[in-house]
Design a protein around this ligand. Structure first.
Ligand SMILES: [Zn+2]
Length: 268
């Protein structure tokens, strides 16, 4: 029943660093921890303070929600550390501790596995303002809540940042990268931002029903498809609005109809 939760927790921290491909030095800089704090946190035998553990987890991209779960997991490791001082046999009368520890540990892991809200956002590209919302979510994590805060942190003009946030303009890949890096995005999140931008720039490419020419609008557009030549159509086929707005009869057709109309009015 006793279980080496402290070693398991150290393994969690090491796995996070590994997944982010941080060197010890790089993680230390990002987490504001010393080299030896990180080495000890990953190798034990002592469970690190929550201050150190949460700094490491945060630097590896754990959001506030996940940290609530990791805090519970950490607490189990910390308590188990004390119990294990007496060896791997449960202290008589304290078997209940290990039952409760298992339950708490599993619950904590479950809470911690709540996906990173930024990555979840960026993978759902149906929202036309996915980048703006994801940038906001990222900025909130660093306690930057206004456009002014964000533009100052990134060293970019407020008006430019504002246009990116409300999706009236899209940043270039390098602009986006420097913005999200300045807002504390992890490498994994930076990749997800760039990936989302790439996908948003991917054209719709739906072929026109007759000409088979591809639609050149971005792939999550609503309403008309549009070819490079300016032909518009809807998935549902022709609409009255489309006929009214877009139908320009050619000159020959007009001449014939005008002649018919003139003939009709003359003969009546
Ligand atoms: Zn289209």
């Amino acid at each position: 029943m006793p279980y080496d939760y402290p070693a398991e927790f150290a393994g969690v921290l090491a796995t996070f660093r590994d997944r982010m491909r941080f060197s010890v030095r790089e993680l230390g800089q990002r987490a504001g921890c010393s080299h030896s704090q990180i080495v000890r946190a990953e190798n034990g035998p002592k469970v690190p303070t929550w201050n150190v553990a949460s700094s490491i987890l945060g630097a590896c991209g754990c959001g506030k929600g996940a940290l609530v779960g990791w805090r519970a997991v950490w607490q189990v490791a910390k308590d188990a550390e004390r119990e294990l001082l007496h060896g791997y046999e449960p202290i008589p009368g304290r078997e209940w501790f290990w039952v409760a520890a298992r339950r708490e540990w599993d619950l904590g892991l479950k809470m911690a596995s709540k996906p990173n809200p930024i990555l979840t956002r960026l993978r759902d590209l149906r929202d036309s303002n996915v980048l703006g919302i994801a940038i906001r979510t990222l900025a909130d994590r660093s306690d930057l809540h206004s456009v002014r805060d964000i533009s100052e942190a990134a060293g970019m003009p407020k008006s430019t940042v504002h246009r990116w946030l409300n999706a009236s303009r899209a940043p270039t890949a390098s602009q986006l990268l420097s913005l999200v890096a300045a807002l504390g995005a992890t490498p994994e999140e930076c990749d997800a931002f760039l990936d989302a931008l790439r996908q948003l720039e991917t054209p719709c490419a739906e072929p026109h029903p007759d000409s088979k020419l591809p639609c050149v609008r971005d792939h999550r557009h609503r309403g008309w498809h549009l070819t490079g030549g300016g032909t518009r159509w809807l998935d549902e086929g022709l609409s009255l609005e489309m006929v009214m707005n877009d139908y320009r009869p050619n000159a020959r057709y007009l001449k014939i109809n005008n002649a018919k109309a003139a003939h009709r009015s003359a003969s009546s």
